[in-house]
Design a protein around this ligand. Structure first.
Ligand code: ATP
Length: 116
């Protein structure tokens, strides 16, 4: 295994994450994640509940990263309006929405019984 190549790939991946931080949607997910973590600390969650919350936070952020990558590729391949380009962007955004909806439902299932 080439260790230098591995660390170089890691650095590029981190660059990708920092590039996406400039996206408004990505920041929205980050702020939402911080609010959920604070709520979790104040409410008191079990290890299993924390594991589920952490998993869903990373899944939503990962989905947003893939969505941003797809947006960039579409902008590169089709700077002019094209119905297929629209479908690609809208479907990628739809994927993030599906993950975000799942995270809201899971959040309600975990937090609501403790708060009520
Ligand atoms: N090349 C294109 N061809 C057809 N429709 C497009 C194209 N680019 C964008 N769209 C449509 O416009 C919407 C908004 O696109 P826009 O590029 O403004 O934002 P985005 O790429 O979704 O996100 P961001 O603002 O973070 O780059 C898309 O969801 C899509 O429906």
């Amino acid at each position: 295994m080439n260790v230098r190549k591995f660390f170089r790939s890691f650095r590029y991946a981190m660059e990708g994450i920092f590039t996406a931080v400039n996206e408004q949607n990505f920041r929205f997910h980050l702020v939402s994640a911080i609010i959920v973590i604070i709520a979790g600390v104040l409410t008191g969650l079990t290890i299993v509940e924390w594991s589920i919350i952490v998993l869903i936070i990373f899944l939503v952020i990962g989905a947003e990263l893939i969505n941003t990558a797809i947006e960039r590729v579409v902008d590169l391949a089709s700077p002019e309006f094209h119905p297929i380009a629209k479908q690609a962007k809208d479907i990628a955004a739809g994927a993030v929405l599906v993950f975000a909806l799942a995270s809201v439902i899971i959040g309600l299932l975990i937090f609501l019984p403790k708060w009520l």
